[in-house]
Design a protein around this ligand. Structure first.
Ligand code: NDP
Length: 298
């Protein structure tokens, strides 16, 4: 069998950012508005620091205003909530993102649910989850939204009747992913750590989305021939072949065995990962347009 079509998330994300830049330029020229995205980082988690830096840089590259708020790890919860309230009331801020995880003394749901749902570019607020679950206009979590764009790009607009399996049921990836696939008329199954016979569930799926966090767990012989495989996993594993102490990034799918069975597949890195920030920028523009009552980009 020939190798699967490689789904190039990096190239797709670059095109998405170009579109965001064009929309931002239009908003400035026609309405004198510059979308603003505020990111709140509490603590010094190294991975979070990298994400926040990348988000800030890409926000500015697209012509938007970036507001970074870095707070020490021991910041009291009340101060974080007060900052979010301040950003809610700031007219130059159209999107607010609180980088997770938060230090353990701070309630993540409390902070997330303090964000004005209209500015909740991550789509994690309970109001946005509820709107998504009931098929209403919502701010949609960025990673699942990016996965849907890649799936449509490779399989076309109509996904009706396709069997989709989402492995993972987190609030930020698995559940919203399943919701979006359901909205696209797929027949959706959600698998998790208690699922019996996961390989057999996988073999039934025309669309397989892996969001587990276990390196290369899903093997090639679990995959239905020709399936579209979207690997959300980002696992850092030791890579002694690259030198002592070196790490490499792997997905939840065993790419080496899966690529000769799947019809199309996202690599890790270069698949879903680059999409998340590009979709975040898109969401910031959408939030800006909705807040100001302007036409949204297509
Ligand atoms: P969570 O840890 O919140 O959820 C993992 C899910 O996988 C849970 O629902 C869990 O089941 C399920 N699971 C764990 N072990 C198994 C197993 N052996 N068999 C079947 N299901 C299992 O992770 P996230 O959803 O936050 O993230 C998932 C992956 O996606 C991670 O690798 C993360 O790094 C990556 N990620 C990538 C992003 C990107 O931009 N590319 C963005 C966000 C996440 P149960 O509920 O029963 O415990």
């Amino acid at each position: 069998m020939t190798d699967a079509q490689l789904i190039d998330g990096k190239a797709f994300a670059a095109k998405l950012r170009e579109r965001v830049s064009a929309e931002v330029a239009k908003l400035k020229a026609r309405h004198g508005v510059t979308p603003g995205l505020a990111v709140v980082l509490v603590g010094e988690d190294p991975a979070s620091q990298v994400y926040v830096r990348n988000k800030g840089e890409q926000t500015v590259e697209c012509g938007m205003n970036s507001f970074e708020h870095k707070l020490p790890a021991d910041t009291p919860e009340a101060d974080v909530l007060a900052l979010v309230e301040r950003l809610n009331g700031d007219d130059s801020v159209h999107g607010i993102l609180v980088q997770l995880p938060l230090p353990s003394h701070i309630s993540e749901p409390k902070v997330i649910n303090t964000i004005n749902p209209a500015k909740d570019v991550d789509g994690f607020h309970v109001i946005n989850s509820g709107l998504l679950a009931t098929g209403q206009q919502a701010m949609v979590p960025c990673t699942p939204s990016g996965c849907m764009m890649l799936i449509h790009d490779v399989l076309g607009a109509d996904l009706s009747g396709k069997r989709a399996l989402v492995v993972g049921r987190s609030n930020i990836v698995g559940k919203p992913m399943a919701q979006l696939l359901l909205d696209a008329n797929c027949t959706v199954t959600i698998a998790h750590s208690r699922t019996k016979d996961l390989p057999e569930e996988c073999r039934r799926a025309d669309i397989l989305v892996a969001a587990v966090g276990r390196s290369e767990m899903i093997k090639g012989d679990w995959i239905k021939p020709g399936a579209c495989v979207i690997d959300v996993g980002m696992n850092r594993v030791p890579a002694p072949e690259r030198g002592e102490g070196k790490m490499r990034l792997t997905g939840d799918v065993d790419f080496a065995s899966a690529k000769s069975v799947a019809g199309s597949i996202t690599p890790v890195p270069g698949g879903v990962g680059p999409m998340t920030i590009a979709v975040l920028l898109t969401s910031a523009v959408i939030a800006c347009c909705r807040i100001l009552g302007l036409d949204e980009p297509d």
